[in-house]
Design a protein around this ligand. Structure first.
Ligand code: 7TS
Length: 422
């Protein structure tokens, strides 16, 4: 179980924890006032996608109502104004990740697209026999792009196993790093197990072998402070919709010298310097990687989400969630026949579980009748399901707006599931 302290150590950051009032936070999320099947909504699926605070909704609405235009092309006021705001969010994201420069921040559609970008623009220079290291706990978004690269280039994929408690096998990883390793691509927090991987050490070992590291930070930026320079990550990707921002906006951080050496991913408007039928030259990063009209309003929404999270304080959020995780672990462990999958010492507020003899889909359907939204299935991590010998799990993933009382509602709903299937 993670304490606030261990989460801080794992995810980096040492600001003092500020006062945190969950009821005030909840008031910022209009959707949480809804009822489902006549019961108050208990939303425990933030790992799939988080709900949005009013500040994000209003920021996006305000753009459409007051100053909408395309960016990077207008000589007129609205376009210039919105270009400044769009580029301002890039600077905000750079500060959020502690990147050295705004030029290291590429906007994408989501983390999936960010990883695919690296798999193409960095990966396509790899050759048969070159090795990419991933792990057993990756989301499909950090598996399939490398398999597609394997099909294109004949690379070899090496897969780091996961220990029985769900922790990352650093020993196995270290033994896989070798003269043929060209890239390490690993998750910072598992979306199924909640495991926080020892990313600083992972990166240190990779760099010792001269290998760059791509971090899938989709579940990590949500639960605590991430500092790409402290980690010394070469690429770091995350997605806006899990960070209380809108869908269709993601971020790829890449070290300037790496991005500079990479060819474009998608071609089109906005990513060029000059175009002729004979030859086209490309813009510098990050614009080289942002072909076509970007997700302008979504970027503004992401900026508002980052402001929101910063105003509450990432350390305060981490501490609140560590409390929730401790409560949920204890409360769910009291449900007879329930097994938690993923009990690593360093964990974010995500709990996957199975109930003896009851299919997770039945669990999901019945707790939904009690107003409780959890995800059931393979969580886009089928190899991990195979590793633990289960077809699926139920998963409660918590966010800054959840309360211990909501965990109790889930636990009671699970007792009901057992009564029905008893
Ligand atoms: N990587 C991790 C670790 C994730 O948890 C997810 C989404 C992704 C990548 C893909 O994010 P996207 O925004 O590009 O789609 N995870 C989940 C989940 O756990 N349930 O639904 C989506």
């Amino acid at each position: 179980m993670a304490t606030a302290e261990s989460l801080r150590t794992a995810l980096v950051g040492d600001n003092s924890v500020r006062a945190f009032d969950v009821e005030r936070v909840r008031a910022d999320f209009p959707v949480l006032r809804q009822s489902v099947h006549g019961k108050p909504l208990v939303y425990l699926d933030s790992g799939a996608s988080a709900q949005k605070p009013t500040a994000v909704l209003e920021a996006m609405d305000e753009v459409y109502r007051s100053c909408y235009a395309n960016v990077h092309r207008g000589a007129y006021y609205f376009s210039q104004h919105l270009t400044d705001r769009y580029e301002g969010v890039r600077a905000k994201v750079a500060r959020f990740l502690n990147a050295a420069s705004d030029q290291e921040i590429v906007f994408t559609r989501n983390v999936t697209e960010a990883i695919n970008l690296v798999a193409h623009s960095f990966g396509d220079k790899l050759a048969a026999g070159d090795e990419v290291i991933i792990s057993e706990m990756e989301h499909h978004a950090n598996i399939v792009p490398w398999q597609l690269l394997r099909d294109r280039r004949g690379i070899t994929l090496k897969v780091v196993p996961v220990a029985e408690d769900g922790s990352f096998r650093l020993d196995a990883y270290e033994s896989m790093l070798g003269p043929k390793t060209r890239l390490v691509a690993l998750t910072h927090v598992s979306n199924v197990l909640g495991t926080v991987t020892p990313m600083k050490e992972i990166i240190r070992l990779a760099h010792k072998a001269g290998v760059p590291v791509l971090v899938d930070g989709a579940q990590a930026v949500v639960h605590g402070k991430v500092d790409v320079r402290d980690l010394d990550a070469d690429f770091y990707a995350f997605t806006g919709h899990k960070l209380y921002g809108p869908t269709a906006i993601g971020v790829l951080y890449g070290k300037a010298e790496l991005l500079k050496a990479m060819p474009p991913f998608l071609g089109g408007g906005d990513m060029i310097r000059t175009v002729s039928f004979a030859e086209t030259t490309y813009a510098d990063p990050p614009h080289r990687f942002e072909a076509g009209t970007p997700p302008i309003v979504e970027a503004i929404g992401l900026g508002a989400a980052i402001d929101y999270v910063n105003a509450i304080g990432q350390d305060a959020i981490a501490a609140h969630e560590a409390g929730l995780l401790a409560h949920a672990t204890e409360r769910l462990s009291q449900v007879k026949g329930l097994t938690i999958i993923g009990t690593a010492k360093e964990k974010a507020a995500i709990i996957s579980f199975v109930l003896d003899g009851i299919h997770p889909h039945d669990i999901g359907t019945i707790v939904d009748r009690e107003g409780v939204a959890i995800r059931v299935g393979h969580h886009c991590a089928q190899p991990l399901m195979e590793r633990f010998g289960v077809p699926a799990t139920a998963r409660a993933s918590m966010g800054l707006y959840n309360t211990p009382g909501e965990i109790d509602v889930l636990a009671k709903a699970l007792e009901k599931v057992k009564d029905i299937f008893g």
